[in-house]
Design a protein around this ligand. Structure first.
Ligand SMILES: [Zn+2]
Length: 276
């Protein structure tokens, strides 16, 4: 599932394609959206804005489209008339002069009055967006000590969108590795320095991933691997998806376990278990 950095890059692409220009083409094959067709004719898309893993499409007519891609949803921007992607169901297609954006296969997609979005059941629960430029390490360090978060294991907390919005499976693994924290630690057990390391890794890796198109590994190391012929997937991560391969820092084989159906990777040597 795309995480915050991927959603934000998708929003950037979509904005570049159609933002601020009147719609000349509206096609809404998804039954739940169809009745909005007339209201969108000649409307203008003001902006696509990411909220955690959800994407909001704001129109200048008081409507906003909420979409959450879950596992299969996908936004595409292309030229008008380009062939549709195979094996996916088209939900909507919005075009301006020459450019078109399409949403495929998302199930969680609905129009809202922009004014009532503050009551959206998913959005109201979201924590601060991990890519919000105003989010600070101090705020994250303090937030993890709030009573509702401080007893959660870090492995669970980093996927909790109420804590921070936009983190997902690969960022969780990479943040805990870089902060040298075992997924079983809980915020209450951490020293001030460890909480800072957690907050700093969360911000730094998410921003780097956004800037680089998904690389969380140290950039110098990623470049060296790339020069030696590694594929993109093989020079992205410190430990995610590297089960059994040697840790770049200590050569211990990377371990993996499934928690709630999600893969969690760790280095048993760099991320020792908490002493209880
Ligand atoms: Zn290690």
């Amino acid at each position: 599932m795309p995480e915050g950095p991927e959603i934000r890059r998708a929003a950037d692409r979509l904005n570049q394609a159609v933002q601020g220009r009147p719609l000349e083409h509206v096609y809404l094959p998804f039954p739940a959206l169809r009745r909005y067709g007339t209201r969108l004719k000649r409307a203008t898309i003001q902006a696509f804005t990411p909220h955690g893993k959800a994407l909001l499409t704001h129109f200048d007519n008081g409507l906003t489209l909420y979409s959450h891609n879950q596992l299969y949803g996908l936004w595409e921007n292309t030229r008008i008339g380009a062939p549709y992607l195979k094996g996916r169901q088209l939900r909507l297609e919005l075009g301006t002069a020459g450019q078109v954006v399409r949403l495929y296969s998302a199930t969680d997609v609905k129009f809202w009055k922009t004014d009532s979005l503050k009551h959206h059941p998913f959005l109201v629960k979201l924590g601060p967006d991990i890519l919000d430029p105003d989010l600070s390490t101090t705020r994250i360090s303090e937030r993890c000590l709030e009573p509702r978060f401080r007893n959660q294991t870090l492995g669970a907390l980093l996927l909790n969108q109420t804590f921070l919005a936009g983190l997902g499976n690969y960022l969780r693994t990479e943040i805990l590795f870089v902060a040298e924290l075992n997924p079983e630690w809980r915020p209450l057990q951490l020293s001030v320095d460890q909480r800072f390391n957690l907050a700093d890794a969360a911000l730094t890796l998410s921003r780097q991933s956004y800037d680089t198109g998904g690389i969380t590994l140290n950039i110098g190391q990623a470049e060296r691997l790339k020069r030696s012929g590694a594929t993109f997937e093989d020079h992205r991560f410190w430990i995610f998806d590297r089960s059994g391969l040697p840790c770049y820092r200590c050569a211990t084989p990377i371990a993996v376990r499934a928690v709630g159906g999600r893969r969690l990777y760790y280095c048993a040597s760099c991320q020792p278990k908490p002493q209880i």
